[in-house]
Design a protein around this ligand. Structure first.
Ligand code: GN1
Ligand code: MG
Length: 387
């Protein structure tokens, strides 16, 4: 195998050959042993790759194929990731944290011209390689309140670590990502276009989105009016974007840094509870099982607010529950938008998967609306340090 940037493995290679080729460009020491698909996330394709070192020991890596339909400028993402991971690593080292599982590391290509933290294959596939965090696990659904509090702490800490990071250095990797107002405008344009002839079949869901359009735009309006501070946020705070210690249930590190951009604290808080306080998976088919658990919400909020209490403004605290509702409505709109435009954005496992996700998010949003005042009270009580 060639060991330089011009190494190639075109359309006709098996995925194993492609992965081996990528690993050789990154100069991973030893010999390739095996790869397995990691099922996590709706966007990128992720593989765990095992090498045998010259010493005979095994070493694992994460190899990822970046979804270029979603990320139009992946080089900008890798630039952001370089800056963010370096910033966090320096902080952890300054704090004397020795366990390298607490921060991410992306490898650089070994040969050829400028060393880069990505590789573009001859078929234009965009690849990257990062350290595999050993002895870790992820959760997709979780009833353990300690784990949920840890999740909150992990995302709160992540935001703290980037609080002194100059946001102007970051590219906006997906413009208007959580601008729900703009998303709604695009959605209703797509409804008019009806390019896949699916609009008639989802009239009820579209009517619901129309009925909540104003409510879903409130956070965007508050940001535009200067009522809320812009921070560096993660923007994709699903519980499965946190790695936990395999044995102790403690959160280790926040992963999936592709959407780290300037944003609102309510987006991070809201998207996290949208996902982890749902009593079902985000694509539950039986919507009668879907509800928003105040107990899970409170556990997450305790962890999150304990980390960001000193920086949160009172106005921001008041928007946390609204963040949960907004993000749930945004995802209902995004899944439905993908459904009516032909399922090009999110990975789907079966026809109609995006519609199932939409219905689940609508059911969740309706339950959040019922519990909204309680959610607001819980967040304010925790912020004030009351039991
Ligand atoms: C995507 O890749 P993943 O699964 O962590 C999406 C999020 C959605 C989420 C819904 C870049 O996240 O915004 O909330 O699916 N990421 C991107 O499950 O669009
Ligand atoms: Mg992810």
């Amino acid at each position: 195998m060639k060991q330089n940037d011009s190494s190639s493995c075109g359309n006709f290679c098996t995925i194993e050959k492609k992965i081996q080729n990528v690993c050789s460009v990154f100069g991973l020491p030893g010999t390739f042993e095996k790869y397995e698909v990691v099922v996590n996330g709706n966007i990128n394709s992720t593989y765990k790759v095992t090498y045998i070192l010259p010493s005979g020991d095994f070493k694992n890596y994460i190899v990822q194929k970046v979804n270029m339909y979603v990320f139009k400028k992946p080089r900008q993402i890798m630039n952001n990731i370089d800056l963010i991971t370096t910033h966090i690593k320096e902080k952890k080292e300054a704090e004397g944290i020795k366990d390298t599982r607490h921060y991410m590391h992306f490898y650089h290509t070994k040969c050829g011209g400028k060393r880069k933290n990505f590789f573009v294959d001859t078929d234009h596939t965009f690849w990257r390689v990062s350290r595999y965090i050993e002895n870790s696990k992820t959760y997709n659904e979780c009833d353990n309140l300690f784990v949920l509090e840890e999740t909150g702490r992990a995302f709160g800490l992540f935001q703290n670590e980037l609080a002194d990071f100059d946001a102007s250095k970051l590219y906006e990797t997906i413009p208007y990502f959580h601008n729900t107002k703009k998303r709604m405008e695009d959605f209703f344009r797509h409804v008019k276009e009806d390019s896949c002839d699916r609009v008639d079949s989802v009239a009820e869901e579209i009517a619901y989105i129309a009925s909540v359009r104003e409510r879903a735009s409130e956070l965007t309006d508050m940001l535009t009016n200067g009522e809320l501070p812009l921070r560096v946020t993660h923007n994709d705070t699903k519980i499965n974007n946190v790695l936990f210690d395999m044995d102790k249930e403690n959160a280790l590190v926040v992963i999936d840094l592709d959407t780290v951009m300037p944003g609102l604290v309510a987006h991070d808080f809201g998207d996290a509870v949208r996902f982890c306080a749902n009593t079902t998976a985000e694509d539950e088919k039986d919507v009668s099982r879907v509800s928003f658990s105040l107990e899970k919400y409170e556990a997450f909020a305790r962890g999150f607010i304990s980390e960001v209490r000193d920086t949160l403004t009172e106005n921001e605290v008041k928007t946390l529950a609204l963040g949960a509702l907004t993000m749930t409505l945004e995802l209902a709109e995004r899944f439905l938008d993908d459904y009516i435009t032909g399922d090009n954005y999110f990975k789907t496992n079966y026809p109609g998967h995006n519609l199932v996700r939409t219905r689940c998010q609508i059911a969740l949003a309706k339950d959040i609306e019922k519990k909204f005042d309680k959610m607001q009270d819980i967040a304010e009580r925790i912020y004030r340090g009351e039991k």
